[in-house]
Design a protein around this ligand. Sequence first.
Ligand SMILES: NC(=[NH2+])NCCC[C@H](N)C(=O)O
Length: 411
Amino acid sequence: MTHAHGADSEVGRLQTVMLHRPGDELKRLTPRNNDRLLFDGIPWVARAQEEHDAFADALRSLDVEVLYLTELLTETLEQESARNHAITTALSGLHLGDTLRQYLAVALREASPAELTAYLTAGIRNDEVRGGHGLVTSLLDEHDFLVDPLPNLLFTRDSSVWVRDRVAVTSLAMPARRRETQLTELIYTEHPRFASVPGGTRKIHGWHQENVEGGDVLLMAPGVIAVGVGERTTPAGVERFARQVFHAELAHTVLAVPIAQERATMHLDTVCTMVDVDKIVMYPNVADSLTAYAVTAPDPEAGEDALTLHVADAEPFLVAAAKAMGIDTLHQIDTGLDPVTAEREQWDDGNNTLAIAPRVAVAYERNDGTNDRLEAAGIEVVRIAGSELGSGRGGPRCMSCPVSRAPLPVD
Ligand SMILES: NC(=[NH2+])NCCC[C@H](N)C(=O)O
């Protein structure tokens, strides 16, 4: 059975999740391009696929429906209008020039939906173009990509995020990831599963707007959303997002949380994730300094227009969050056992857990210290291998986009 789409928390029973099984796009990574493509190493692809299959199996064995992004995309591309749209957007880069763009458009229109999915995700390298030789292909390096590969599609968390019954198609900051959201937007607009809900799936945000990434968005409790602001989500991004969720009445408070603009803390979910309605696993080395600005909606009855946002003074994150959530304490579970273990395990995504239900979370097995602490705090830890998956710097939360979570029981 298909569950109604949407989520109002991080920990409500996970019913449906969208994953991306790593594929040929990872084979594009070389020591020359891995930094630009945001990978810290060159993964062993077959092993990454095995690890990912085990992740998906663990979710299925917990009764979670697993959707694969590429299957949804291929089904979407069966429609002529979606194909044309996908081809036009993929070829819109100014590096191509008219002749090559025209040549590629003709070639892609002849591809089957599955082949087109492969081109859109694994990209097209200059030396693979046959017969289309013109000035641009001759002058570009043979290794240059005409259509960039998308190795970070693995991290489905970032390119869309459901807030109640709406989906936010995000706007990714790094050039290497921008095209990802063109694909998620197409899926949510055109795939029968999403298009067939009465009125179509309603969206907020879009890939052409200010930068917001899903890894920064944490649904702390129904009505309360924390948004990290740092390397990826910009101050203007959180402002736009807050306005959109207030306008659609999806939340009453948005907590804007500044995070250091560093690789290790690229998203808020690299330093903390929710594991219960009132428990959060958090990197202790930043916990004391993490603050939040609580942003609340304009009050039309007081004559305030839609552009007015109320911004409270910054407070310690845990304090501001507990207040907004209406609970006494948001309990912190520390990453690791000491500062060095914590630093190692934070880097290896020990904080990046995926809650399946309150007090049940998927985590990388390698982070022993953090997993022990989670268990000591009463959390059931579902351990998965991630030696290869982790080379892109993302854990179970990054690798999953919850499409349906059961609402939390009201107590
Ligand atoms: N939600 C997350 N923490 N995602 C991790 C994304 C990792 C990816 N390599 C990037 O740099 O963008």
